[in-house]
Design a protein around this ligand. Structure first.
Ligand code: RIB
Length: 294
């Protein structure tokens, strides 16, 4: 089975700050690091490191060849990735003293993806292959429609959450991966709601969709057609939480495709995400399968 991640590749500019900046405030950063990221690219690397056969498609800018090299080395197939002479997608990430982050994204080349490119990439995939999507590229409705037409198993991580996500044909999604904030927003509930209530509301809305909800250091839930599983997170000294969700998704999908028990998929994916949290950066923090399986 092949996995196609259609998504974003970003240059992450990570500013270490005392606290996340407040409106009207000017603050000093102690350090700035330029590193490889983008939810799509991170998830592709996590899938490859976990052992999936993964292709990454999207659009890279004229300043992103170093990121594509990192992806190639990690085992991601980038032959269907398009390139443009314009600047790559970028982010400004504030990382505070408590290792919490705040992220601003600028689509750049990611925003130039065209439907004709999607059509051409999808000719290389078939029924039963996986299509993994996030919310940092255009044409999500088109991708959902075309992925379903081909009979692909569609995974959506609707991050960053925006109002238009709820207008997508989400019934086409086979596996929805959200955090508690995204889950509550999709369920149209208060973000402080009880996690199990959020999952019940999501299941009622999307009865044919497997739902995974990560809840930060507390762990992760899986819910599908009345079955519910939970794993506690792995306790680690947090260095940088950026990319932890991407690591979780890549490992979870790989383990699921290996037909492991859901309990096991959740606990080992939480462990992988914990390793990522204990390291700086997004893509660079993703552990290898041998580190995770021990
Ligand atoms: O999920 C983490 C990623 O989100 C970062 O690498 C950044 O690029 C943003 O897209």
């Amino acid at each position: 089975m092949k996995v196609l991640v259609y998504g974003s590749v970003n240059i992450d500019m990570v500013f270490s700050v005392d606290h996340i900046i407040l409106p009207g405030e000017t603050i000093k950063s102690k350090k700035m690091t330029r590193s490889a990221g983008g939810k799509g690219a991170n998830q592709a690397v996590a899938l490859a490191k976990a052992g999936s056969s993964v292709w990454f498609a999207g659009k890279a800018g004229n300043d992103a060849s170093w990121i594509v090299s990192i992806m190639d080395k990690a085992g991601v197939n980038t032959e269907y990735l398009c390139h443009t002479e314009h600047a790559n997608g970028q982010t400004v990430i504030q990382l505070d003293r408590n290792r919490q982050n705040a992220i601003i994204t600028l689509a750049g080349a990611n925003g130039e993806i065209e439907e004709s490119e999607i059509d051409s990439v999808l000719t290389h995939f078939e029924e039963g292959d996986c299509l993994v999507l996030q919310n940092e590229i255009p044409h999500l409705a088109y991708l959902l429609e075309k992925g379903e037409e081909k009979g692909m198993y569609i995974v959506l991580n609707p991050s960053p959450m925006t109002d238009d996500i709820a207008t997508l044909p989400l019934e086409k999604v086979n596996l929805l991966v959200v955090n508690e904030i995204e889950g509550a927003a999709l369920a149209q509930m208060n973000p402080d709601s009880d996690f199990e209530n959020i999952l019940s509301a999501l299941e009622a809305r999307y009865p044919d969709t497997e739902i995974v909800m990560t809840v930060g250091a507390r762990g992760a839930y899986y819910r599908f057609q009345g079955d519910m599983y939970f794993s506690t997170g792995t306790k680690v000294k947090a260095v940088d939480t950026t990319g932890a969700g991407d690591t979780f998704l890549g490992y979870f999908l790989t383990y699921r495709n290996e037909k492991r028990d859901i309990d096991n998929c959740l606990s080992d994916s939480c462990f992988a995400a914990g390793i990522a949290v204990s390291r700086p950066g997004a893509m660079q923090s993703i552990p290898s399968r041998s580190e995770v399986d021990g």
